[in-house]
Design a protein around this ligand. Structure first.
Ligand SMILES: [Zn+2]
Length: 294
């Protein structure tokens, strides 16, 4: 009886998510698309249609995996955790809601750092070897990355007492932030400098997609920049015109068909070098700095 009630409540929450989040995220995507079309930030190296077809081809199964497995499991586990009154359930409102959102954003930061560890990099490199970065890079995740995230992204919020409605609300925020910071939109530098002390921006995340290893090892934040600041992984002092997007060992578009990208997690890892063995290096690469370069 309890299970049936839980499932019905979870279905209601998910239907509400579909009803509100889907059109809202479509509107965010349209806005981002228009911005990056009118005012691009970095010069493209590949034709747009080539990458778009590939990224949608890789992203579609990932989107399905998210909606059909990750979201329902996250919701049901969070319901079970909330019913037991664990963790954050002890806090009064509105402190509880704020703590839940901060915790979810911190967990997203930690998960992104885990994705750069050797085992999960097998999956996450599918996202990083994109040769340019724009809105569609935000969709280009291997479906295996979605499935692999279920124990962490479903289990930890539930154990810590985050309510299912907050889990789903944060998921919509995360998707909107991901679309925004992967975009190739050139915001006025003055505006972006005012935003970046709080939120992850396109220039900041562009540095994370650099072929220079120290730069790819920076800026793991998803929503807030706070976590990179606290863990000394924030790096803002790299001008975008000097950023080459990608991973050096995967420098050619010829090995990035949808079929090849879907099979990539099974292929051996490659060292962080170009095919000719050279290591991307930025002369004068200094310690991470917190002043956003143009
Ligand atoms: Zn990454």
């Amino acid at each position: 009886m309890w299970m049936a009630t839980t499932s019905a409540a979870a279905r209601t929450l998910l239907r509400r998510f579909d009803h509100w989040a889907t059109p809202a995220l479509a509107a965010v995507a349209l806005g981002v698309f228009l911005l990056e079309t009118v005012r691009p930030l970095r010069r493209r190296t590949r034709p747009r249609p080539e990458r778009w077809l590939r990224n949608v081809g890789v992203g579609a199964p990932s989107l399905l995996a998210m909606r059909l497995t990750l979201l329902p499991i996250m919701t049901k586990l969070a319901q079970a955790g909330a019913a037991r009154g664990v963790g954050l359930a002890q806090l009064p409102e509105p402190l509880r809601a704020v703590a839940e959102l901060l915790l979810l954003d911190y967990l997203a930061y930690r998960w992104h750092r885990l994705l750069h560890s050797p085992l999960l990099w097998r999956l996450h490199r599918v996202h990083h070897i994109d040769l340019d970065m724009d809105l569609t890079t935000a969709w280009r995740f291997h479906f295996g990355e979605m499935l692999a995230s279920i124990p962490y992204r479903g289990g930890l919020p539930a154990l810590l007492g985050v309510r299912p409605a907050t889990v789903l609300a944060y998921e919509a925020v995360l998707e909107a932030c991901t679309a925004f910071h992967h975009s190739n939109a050139c915001l006025p530098i003055g505006l972006e400098r005012r935003v970046v002390p709080v939120l992850v921006t396109p220039r900041m995340h562009g540095i994370h997609h650099s072929i220079v290893e120290q730069e790819a090892g920076s800026n793991f934040g998803v929503g807030l920049t706070l976590w990179d600041r606290l863990h000394s992984t924030l790096r803002l002092n790299v001008p975008q015109q000097q950023v080459t997007i990608g991973v050096p060992a995967y420098a050619t578009a010829a090995e990035q068909s949808v079929r090849q990208l879907l099979a990539l997690p099974l292929a051996p890892l490659r060292p962080w070098t170009r095919p000719d063995g050279s290591v991307p290096y930025r002369p004068g690469l200094s310690a991470p700095a917190h002043e956003l370069a143009e």
